[in-house]
Write a protein of this length. Structure first.
Length: 132
């Protein structure tokens, strides 16, 4: 079997409108598709990524116990979504997070990269990472 890579990463959120505002307004993603099937959901893409790059798919799940789910899945930070950037853009991204009052840890040098760690409004663990 040969796959082309990761198409998208799905995250559950309690309020799709609030999550959309965070991912587009703070992180700079663009909504590429909206769905209104059994549950509301949308697909996000980074403006700078190639078309084949992975997308972020947000699913609105109003009744989900996010805190319990996140403690089970990522209490130690193992379950998280990491976004990449370049060494040159990383300092400006850190400053943009500060300006938008996003509470984050870092920058931290971990392995062969430097990163900042934070959560979205629903507590999903996120990371922005660049190479050293």
């Amino acid at each position: 079997m040969k796959l082309d890579g990761v198409h998208h990463i799905g995250l559950n959120v309690r309020d799709l409108d609030r999550a959309e505002a965070f991912y587009t307004g703070v992180l700079g993603f663009e909504v590429t598709e909206r769905y209104a099937e059994n549950i509301r959901h949308l697909m996000l893409s980074s403006a700078s990524e190639p078309p084949e790059a992975a997308k972020v798919h947000l699913f609105e799940t109003k009744d989900l116990d996010m805190q319990g789910a996140l403690e089970t899945m990522s209490g130690q930070g193992y379950a998280h979504l990491a976004f990449g950037t370049t060494r040159e853009r990383f300092p400006a991204i850190v400053e943009a997070l500060k300006k938008r009052k996003v509470d984050f840890k870092g920058p931290l040098v971990l392995g062969k990269g430097e990163s900042v760690h934070f959560t979205d409004p629903d507590g999903n663990h996120l990371e922005i990472r660049c190479p050293i």
